[in-house]
Design a protein around this ligand. Structure first.
Ligand code: ZN
Length: 518
C-alpha cells in the first residue's frame, strides 16, 4: 500500500469538505440569505475561505504532491490520480509563490472595485470606475507575474505563436496567455486569433444579409406571464432535456447560475420577468446544460481533480449546446409546444412559427447578455480585442471607453449612447476576470463541431428532436463528454469526439445553413 497516496486521498477529502461547505454558503448567499444576515454570512465565508486557502498551500500538502510526482511513485498511480497530482502540484506551486499580503490586498482591491463598478454603472459614468479598473489591471499583471515569474509583456516578440499553452512553454508565455489558460487549459492567444479571425470574416457579411431581410413582428408575444406558471414551464423544460431533479435543485437569484456541490447535488438558479417569459425559459435551458454536465461526471472521479471542470469553454459549450444548437430549433419545441400552452396559456394563441421567429431574431444590439446567437460572437470578439490591448499594448484605461464604442461601431454598426450600455455593462473586469470572455465563444465553436460529429453518427438532429428523442442526444453528450469531467482538455475532447482541431468553420456552417436563406 502506498502510504503517501492514502494520506493524500484523506487530505483531498478534507479539502473537498471545506469546498462543499463554502459552495453551499455561497449558494445560500445568492439565493436565500435575508438582508440582515448578509454581513454574518460573509464573515463565515471569509473564515472558511481562509481555512481552505491554508489547506491548499500547506507544506505537508506540497510534500505529498511532490513525493507522488517522483517518477517511481508517479508511474504506480492510476490515470485520474496522475492527473490530480500533476494539476494540484502546479496550482500549489503557483499559489505558494503569491505573497499572502499581496493576495489579501488584491482581494480587497477587487471587492472595492466591484462596488465601484456597480455605482458607476448606475451612474453610467466610466470615469468613476476607471481608477479602480487601473488598479485591478496592474495588480492582475502582478498576480500573474507571481504565479509565473517568467511571464511578462512579450508584445512584438510573437512568442505566443509558438506556444501551445502547455507547461513546457509556460516559461515563455505572456501574461494574457497565462490568464487565458487559467479559464481554458491549453488555449492561447495565437489559437484564438486564428479562430476568432475566421469567424469575424465569415460573420460580418452574413450579418449584413440578415439585416437586409428585416425584423419579424413580435407583438403577439406581448403580455403578462405569471411567475409561478413560468417556474412550472422551467421544470417541464429541465426534465425534458434530461436534468435529474433527484440530483439537483432550483432557486431564484439576481443572475442565473449553476453550482456543483457534488455529482449528486447540482443546483441552478433563474431570474423571472413577468413581461418576458422567453428569457427565463432559455436561461433554464442554458443552466440545465451546465447542470447535466455536472450530474453525469463519473462517480469514480470523486475527490480527484477530474470532478472539477474548471475549463469554462468546455462547460459553456454544454450549456450553449442546449440553449442555442437545440433550443432555438423549431424541432426542439414540436413535442412540447402544446404542453407549454397548458402551463402558460398565452402560448396557445401564439403560433409555433411566431415563437421561433422571436427566439431567432438576429439584430445588432448593445448588451451582450441579451444578444442573439449570431451577434453574440461579435460582442465577445470585441472584448477579446480590448483585453489584448490592455495586457499587450498597455492601452491607457482612460482610452478604453472610447475604444469600446469605436469597436462596437466597427463590428456591430451601433454606438452606445452611454457607458452603462457600453464598457460598464459586464462585471468581469471589475473582479479581475480577464481572459474569461473568450471561453463563451470558444464554447460556441466547440458546439459547431459537436453538432457536426453528432449528426454524422446519429443523423439529423431535427428528426431526433421532432420525434421527441432529445434524451438520446443527452445520452450521447453524457457518453462522449460529461462522464470524463476534466480528464481531457478541450483540445483533447475535440480530437476524441470530432477527430480534429479547433476550427470556426462548423459554427459558420451552422449559422449559414440557418440564416443565409431567410
Ligand atoms: Zn453559462
Amino acid at each position: 500500500m502506498n502510504q503517501t497516496l492514502e494520506q493524500l486521498k484523506e487530505y483531498l477529502h478534507k479539502m473537498r469538505q471545506y469546498d462543499h461547505v463554502l459552495t453551499l454558503l455561497s449558494w445560500d448567499l445568492s439565493t436565500l440569505t435575508p438582508e440582515k444576515g448578509v454581513e454574518t454570512r460573509m464573515s463565515v465565508i471569509k473564515f472558511f475561505s481562509t481555512e481552505a486557502f491554508r489547506l491548499s498551500t500547506a507544506d505537508e500538502y506540497g510534500e505529498m504532491l511532490k513525493t507522488l510526482s517522483e517518477p517511481e511513485q508517479f508511474h504506480t498511480l492510476d490515470e485520474p490520480m496522475q492527473l490530480t497530482v500533476k494539476r494540484y502540484l502546479r496550482d500549489y506551486e503557483r499559489f505558494k509563490r503569491v505573497p499572502e499580503e499581496f493576495y489579501a490586498s488584491y482581494t480587497e482591491v477587487k471587492t472595492r472595485s466591484e462596488r465601484a463598478w456597480e455605482k458607476a454603472k448606475r451612474a453610467a459614468d466610466f470615469s468613476q470606475f476607471a481608477p479602480h479598473l487601473e488598479k485591478v489591471i496592474s495588480m492582475t499583471k502582478e498576480y500573474v507575474h507571481y504565479m509565473e515569474p517568467e511571464s511578462g509583456n512579450l508584445s512584438g516578440k510573437n512568442c505566443a505563436a509558438e506556444g501551445t499553452g502547455s507547461s513546457e512553454n509556460a516559461s515563455r508565455r505572456d501574461s494574457y496567455d497565462v490568464l487565458l489558460d487559467m479559464y481554458e487549459e491549453g488555449i492561447d492567444s495565437a489559437t484564438i486569433d486564428r479562430v476568432f479571425g475566421e469567424l469575424k470574416e465569415g460573420l460580418l457579411p452574413l450579418l449584413k444579409k440578415i439585416e437586409e431581410s428585416g425584423r419579424p413582428d413580435l407583438s403577439a408575444l406581448e403580455g403578462t406571464y405569471d411567475i409561478e406558471a413560468q417556474k412550472k414551464a422551467q421544470d417541464m423544460l429541465l426534465s425534458y432535456i434530461g436534468f435529474d431533479k433527484d440530483a439537483g435543485a432550483t432557486a431564484e437569484s439576481e443572475h442565473p447560475f449553476t453550482t456543483d456541490l457534488c455529482i449528486g447535488d447540482v443546483r441552478l438558479t433563474n431570474h423571472y420577468n413577468e413581461s418576458d417569459p422567453i428569457s427565463a425559459m432559455f436561461s433554464a435551458i442554458h443552466e440545465g446544460g451546465h447542470a447535466i454536465f455536472g450530474q453525469n461526471i463519473d462517480p469514480a472521479y470523486r475527490d480527484t481533480a477530474l470532478e472539477q471542470v474548471n475549463m469554462m469553454g468546455l462547460h459553456e459549450s454544454q450549456s450553449r449546446f442546449y440553449e442555442n444548437i437545440l433550443g432555438r430549433r423549431r424541432s426542439f419545441w414540436v413535442p412540447i409546444y402544446e404542453k407549454l400552452g397548458e402551463l402558460l396559456p398565452q402560448f396557445k394563441e401564439i403560433p409555433l412559427d411566431t415563437f421561433c421567429c422571436a427566439v431567432n431574431d438576429v439584430h445588432p444590439s448593445m448588451i451582450r447578455t441579451e444578444a442573439d446567437e449570431v451577434t453574440y460572437c461579435l460582442h465577445i470578439i470585441l472584448r477579446y480585442e480590448l483585453e489584448k490591448a490592455i495586457f499587450r499594448d498597455d492601452v491607457p484605461v482612460d482610452k478604453l471607453s472610447q475604444l469600446w464604442n469605436d469597436k462596437m461601431e466597427e463590428l456591430l454598426g451601433v454606438r452606445p449612447q452611454n457607458d452603462a450600455e457600453g464598457i460598464l455593462q459586464d462585471m468581469h473586469w471589475s473582479d479581475g476576470s480577464f481572459g474569461y470572455f473568450p471561453s463563451y465563444l470558444l464554447g460556441s465553436m466547440y458546439d459547431g463541431m459537436f453538432l457536426e460529429a453528432l449528426e454524422k453518427e446519429m443523423g439529423s438532429v431535427d428528426t431526433i428532436l421532432e420525434e421527441g428523442r432529445i434524451r438520446e442526444i443527452t445520452a450521447w453528450l453524457n457518453r462522449k463528454i460529461h462522464r470524463y469531467g476534466s480528464r481531457y482538455t478541450s483540445a483533447e475532447v475535440l480530437q476524441r469526439v470530432c477527430g480534429k482541431e479547433l476550427s470556426a468553420q462548423p459554427l459558420l456552417d451552422y449559422f449559414y445553413k440557418k440564416y443565409a436563406q431567410r
